[in-house]
Design a protein around this ligand. Structure first.
Ligand SMILES: Nc1ncnc2c1ncn2[C@@H]1O[C@H](COP(=O)(O)OP(=O)(O)O)[C@@H](O)[C@H]1O
Ligand SMILES: [Mg+2]
Length: 388
């Protein structure tokens, strides 16, 4: 089956401009016959005036005209309606100018005198290009709206969780202090069993206060405006390892740090990522005989993959994705203390830097945490072995 007439529904609206009246009317008539809605002008200036009042899909303009030529006409027409497409018409021998017109923004050109078989596919193509551009613009607009809505929802959620955490602190403080007062001032009257229960109340209130503090810290750090500096990860990690080792009271723990390339990002936040991962590695190797912690990096697909590995308690890979959720913990607080905020904060920070974070592990066989960051744009490929 062959289709002959490109009749668009609703009728495609063409603005025809040619200073030769007979040519203009002839073209309008022919195109009306095959189902286009046409409006013709012999003056470009008048055509532009009309364009301000009525919308068109295409402008078909003669290239050489007095007053205002086809190219200038198109340019002004597109300033009025950016989605308007233009086709220029030119006599034989003026192909060079026609090409110049296309460079200036015309979509296509047709040679005069017209043949319907030539102009028809040109118009059909122009109309489908216009349709596509309009659809793309609409999609982009919808996408923009979605992004704005999401950003707004995210902001609301963040400030909601911030104010909830913040407001929870006062009543919690009251619970803590009243139960302490109760234990202190009424110690004679309170039976032993009740005193033990009260101690549990106080301990849990403290635990909750700690959770809230961490949540607020999380909320604060993940809302902070991101800096984009060159961060010397190697130096940073060396400092963190030194700090953490001081707290280990001569526990035999072997830490090896490989060469760590610099990254682009926010030094304060990236420091927090390494602190959280390293603190976990130290913590979860506490019951391991020959404990080792290893930090390293490799360059892969234009980004650096950093890793922190330990041979400690490990975890069940089935829950690997869960670890990054707020308050999610796989180990009992009696065995390994903590609030379950560290990894969610690390994930948030890495994602805000445009990177990914993931974990590998096995129960009793240790864990490795990987994350990606972009290298500074000028440094690129080579790892940190380059002298500074
Ligand atoms: N190095 C690790 N080895 C084994 N399990 C880990 C390691 N790091 C994190 N996890 C698991 O992920 C959970 C969440 O970690 P995190 O968010 O840092 O919270 P926290 O350290 O306060 O428990 C931990 O409770 C633990 O179950
Ligand atoms: Mg932790």
């Amino acid at each position: 089956m062959t289709s002959t007439t490109p009749i668009a529904a609703p009728l495609a609206r063409l603005l025809i401009v040619d200073d030769e009246a007979s040519q203009m009317t002839a073209l309008c008539d022919v195109l009306e016959d095959i189902g286009y809605a046409t409006t013709g002008f012999t003056s470009g200036v008048e055509a532009l005036q009309h364009l301000r009042k009525e919308q068109f899909d295409l402008v078909v303009a003669d290239l050489v005209m007095p007053q205002i030529d086809g190219i200038a006409l198109l340019r002004e027409a597109q300033a009025i309606d950016p989605f308007l497409l233009g086709i220029v018409m030119t006599g034989h021998g003026a192909v060079d100018t026609a090409i110049a017109a296309m460079q200036a923004g015309a979509l296509d050109y047709v040679l005069k005198p017209f043949r319907l078989s030539v102009i028809q596919p040109v118009l059909a193509r122009a109309l489908s290009v216009r349709k596509m551009r309009l659809e793309i613009a609409e999609l982009q607009e919808r996408l923009r709206q979605h992004v704005t809505e999401l950003e707004l929802a995210n902001k609301e959620l963040e400030s909601f969780s911030y104010s909830v955490s913040h407001d929870l602190r006062a009543p919690l403080r009251a619970i803590s202090s009243y139960s302490s007062i109760l234990v202190q001032d009424y110690s004679q009257e309170i039976p032993d069993g009740a005193r033990k229960l009260l101690t549990k109340v106080t301990a849990n209130a403290h635990r909750m206060a700690e959770l809230i503090e961490h949540l607020l810290h999380f909320s604060h750090l993940s809302r902070q405006v991101l800096k984009h500096d060159t961060v010397h990860i190697g130096e940073m990690v060396a400092g963190i390892v030194e700090e953490l080792q001081k707290e280990e009271n001569a526990r035999p723990l072997q830490v090896s740090v490989g060469s760590l390339p610099a990254a682009t990002g926010d030094a304060v936040l990236l420091r927090q990522v390494f602190i959280n991962l390293l603190a976990n590695a130290f913590k979860f190797t506490r019951h391991t005989a020959a404990a080792t912690v290893e930090v390293g990096a490799k360059f892969e697909d234009h980004e650096t993959v950093y890793f922190v590995r330990d041979n400690g308690a490990g975890f069940d890979m089935r829950y690997a994705a869960k670890l990054f959720g707020v308050f999610q913990r796989l180990h009992a607080a009696s065995e390994f203390e903590g609030t379950g905020i560290g990894l969610s904060l690390a994930q948030r920070i890495v994602q805000r830097h445009g990177g990914r974070i993931w974990a590998e592990g096995a129960v009793g066989q240790g864990a490795t945490f990987y994350f990606t960051l972009s290298p500074p744009s000028d440094a690129a490929v080579q790892p940190a072995s380059t002298p500074r």
